[in-house]
Write a protein that binds this ligand. Structure first.
Ligand SMILES: Cc1cc2nc3c(=O)[nH]c(=O)nc-3n(C[C@H](O)[C@H](O)[C@H](O)COP(=O)(O)O)c2cc1C
Length: 313
């Protein structure tokens, strides 16, 4: 396998097949630029931003890197149409569409020359989005942080690789070289990580957020929002446990408490009201590293295991 010259590396014009997953709040231009500068694909997580907020992030990343980067767009964003237009006007190299059925937006982005990837947690949606013209599909397993589906990365990625013609990117539960190696063996052509990049110097999350990731074990996450139809994996804090309980007795109250809760975790490290979104891979992460170290460590592992031919690096 020649990972430094595979379909994803060529499609995205990057050095290494490693993507930063879109992360609302957490995926700032600074973190994304660090990932792109280290040879991966950095991603601005546009979350619920309107076009003017996103424009500032795009202006910043253009100052911090001359490498390709992506903007992640979630289908729930009330400003989605203006955000899509901005991506086109700003000639953002890559759009990553997540959290829902993005088939409506793929043709428009593609017609305007934007490389477009789509995130899925099911094989049926993957086939629809491939049909709609997605250049690659990101399969996100239920181990991942943030909003989740109900199939594991191990099974989903294998399934997608066997039914799709476009390349598959594996997301969920990957935090190091062995996890990445497993994804490539399953048939993925790149990996996407979210949680691992939170525990980096360049991530602008509050120190408490990073500390919680280092401290948490593999069983220390919990799923909230399941009853309300938008399950999300967060670190098991008293707040998380309270929400999970409240969902059964008073879904409205639970819903209300979740509004702005990721922002409270990211900006203030607020343990009482914040959702510290993170995947099960928290249990594999024991130290803060630079983004470059995270990426280089994975690539060195792959090289040692002869997945990357060393002379290509
Ligand atoms: C804090 C956080 C916020 C996230 N927000 C988004 C988002 O806005 N859009 C999206 O498509 N995925 C989102 N995700 C999922 C990531 O893009 C990525 O696929 C996932 O984190 C990969 O799994 P991992 O956390 O095990 O590395 C988020 C994940 C985290 C941890």
């Amino acid at each position: 396998m020649k990972l430094t010259n595979n379909k994803i590396v060529q499609l995205l014009n990057i050095k290494y097949p490693i993507l930063e997953g879109g992360m609302a709040w957490v995926g700032t231009a600074k973190l994304a630029a660090a990932v792109s500068n280290a040879g991966g694909l950095g991603t601005i997580g546009s979350g619920n931003m309107d076009a003017s907020l996103l424009k500032k992030q795009i202006d910043t990343i253009k100052q911090l890197t001359d490498k390709p980067y992506a903007v992640n767009v979630i289908m729930l964003n009330p400003h989605i149409d203006e955000v899509i237009d901005l991506i086109i006007n700003e000639k953002v190299p890559v759009a990553i569409l997540g959290a829902g059925n993005s088939s409506k937006y793929i043709p428009k982005l593609k017609d305007n020359g934007i490389t477009t990837l789509a995130v899925v947690s099911s094989e049926n949606l993957a086939l629809r989005l491939e049909n709609a013209g997605a250049d690659a599909i990101i399969g996100e397993g239920m181990e991942c942080g943030g909003h989740i589906g109900d199939v594991t990365t191990m099974v989903l990625v294998r399934k997608l690789a066997s039914i799709l013609s476009v390349p598959v990117i594996a997301a969920g539960g990957i935090a190091d070289g062995p996890g990445a190696l497993a994804a490539f063996v399953l048939g993925a052509e790149a990996i996407q990580m979210g949680t691992r990049f939170i525990a980096t110097y360049e991530c602008e999350a509050h120190e408490t957020y990073k500390r919680k990731i280092l401290e948490a074990g593999i069983r220390d996450t919990i799923i909230t929002g399941q009853k309300m139809g938008h399950p999300a994996r967060i670190i098991k804090t008293p707040f998380g446990k309270k929400i999970a309980k409240l969902e059964s007795s008073s879904p409205e109250e639970a819903e209300e408490a979740l509004v702005g809760s990721l922002m409270k975790a990211f900006v203030y490290g607020d343990e009482e009201h914040g959702s510290f979104m993170a995947g099960q891979s928290v249990g594999l992460i024991n130290e803060i590293k630079s983004v470059k170290e995270v990426i280089d460590d994975i690539m060195s592992y792959l090289e040692k295991n002869q997945i990357v031919e060393s002379e290509t690096r």
